[in-house]
Each structure stands twice: as C-alpha cells, then as structure tokens.
Design a protein around this ligand. Structure first.
Ligand SMILES: [Zn+2]
Ligand SMILES: [Zn+2]
Length: 234
C-alpha cells in the first residue's frame, strides 16, 4: 500500500508558488508520510530530474510526469517509467506547442532549479499554452512510454468533461483523476459509466500547503514501475 500525491507542480509552473522548490516538495511529502509523489508541471519536465534525485536519496518514490495541455485545452497527466523517457517526451512537447512570451509579472515565474534549490534558469515562453495534439494523439504518443491519466475530470475547466462534454472512447485510457473537491461516490452517481476506470485523487498542489496528507493509497509495491504499471491498468 503506497500513500500518494501524483499531481504536484514545482516553481516551474507559472501558477505555482516560488516556494515549490525541489527540496521543499520532497521534505513536505516525507513529513506528511507520503510514499510516492508525481511531479507534473505544465507542458515541461525541466524540474523532474532534480526532484527525482532528491526524493530517491530519501526513500521517496518520485514518478516523472508532465501535465500536457491538448489542442482542446484538456489537461492530461503523463507518467513515465524513467526520468530519461520523461525528458525525451518533454522535449518533444516543447517542439509542438505554441510559444508566447511569458509575462512573469502577471502569470508568475517559471523557475528551473538545481538540487540546492538555486534557480539555474527561467523558461521565457509561457508553459500555460496548448500543444498541437488532440486528446487521442497524446494517448497514442504515450503508448509504450507510460500512463496517461485524464486530469481533474470533475472541474469546470481544462477537463475532458468540461471541454468535450464526455470521455472519448480511448483504447489505453485506464485511469482518471478527480480533484479533492468532490467525493468519488458523488461523481460516480452522475457518471456511473466511469466506474470502469481506476480513479486517483491527487492535490494538483501549486502551494506547499496543498500537498496531500497521508489519505489516498494505491495497491502497489514500493517501486516506480509498480506505480506506473497500476496507472496503465496492469
Ligand atoms: Zn490541470
Ligand atoms: Zn495541475
């Protein structure tokens, strides 16, 4: 049994607080008694490796991830079996997204940090943009690389339900995410057909205080592979 929070933004996401540094995230997760966290910045994995290295040293499983925004402005959480695979995908996403200068004074900083929480660079184009891919194309791209999970389905924006009105029939969709604002049973009452999916509930933390408590767990072994396998439906 692994207690988790698989949806955490670092200071790289403009909407996240600058306090979301690699060390702060790892230390708070450990303090809260979590066994596994997922790092899922918007359209980029530039802080994944440092958090992964810091977490691994302290016995925390860190799932390398990216929250990809599709053409339809739907958010999809992409989780990978390795940091290398995640970074490769991040570079691919980078080549396939609309680049507009980030106005950091309005939208926030996009900080890339090292293991000492020092800022090594800033991303100057906005990460809050859509990629050129549809929902289906992101799932196709993820085939064999890891798990793709539809994010915060119950929310009124950036979700498949809010933007498309339904969950499209996708072959390798096995897991969906609900926000903490809704009880799973209440959601399933409105959408009983989604009982066939595995459901995760993560924080979507943009501030340290929002990182989950030791509440939600996965029936997995203590390995990164076991967690990503479970999200893939195995
Ligand atoms: Zn989102
Ligand atoms: Zn998010």
């Amino acid at each position: 049994m692994l207690y988790y929070d698989l949806h955490i933004h670092t200071a790289l996401s403009p909407c996240a607080s600058d306090d979301m540094t690699p060390n702060n995230i790892v230390n708070i997760a450990i303090l809260k008694g979590l066994d596994v966290i997922g790092i899922t910045d918007h359209n980029s994995a530039k802080n994944v490796e440092v958090v992964y290295n810091l977490g691994t040293k302290k016995g925390l499983i860190v799932v390398p991830g990216i929250e990809v925004q599709t053409k339809e402005e739907v958010h999809i959480l992409c989780y990978f079996y390795s940091v290398e695979e995640c970074i490769k995908f991040s570079e691919f996403i980078d080549k396939n997204m609309i680049k507009i200068k980030n106005q950091s004074t309005i939208f926030g900083n996009q900080l890339v940090m090292n293991e000492e929480d020092n800022v090594i660079t800033e991303v100057d184009y906005s990460l809050l943009a859509s990629t050129n891919f549809t929902v289906e194309e992101v799932f196709d791209q993820m085939e064999g690389k890891g798990a793709a999970v539809l994010a915060h389905l119950d929310r009124g924006s950036y979700s498949v339900i809010s933007n498309l009105g339904f969950i499209p029939d996708i072959k390798n969709l096995k897991t969906i995410e609900l926000s903490k604002a809704i009880r799973t049973e209440i959601f399933l009452k409105s959408y009983p057909e989604y009982r066939r999916y595995r459901i995760v509930k993560s924080s979507d933390a943009h501030d340290l205080g929002y990182i989950s408590e030791r509440e939600e767990f996965l029936p997995c072994k203590s390995t990164l592979k076991s967690v990503v396998d479970w999200l893939c439906g195995y």
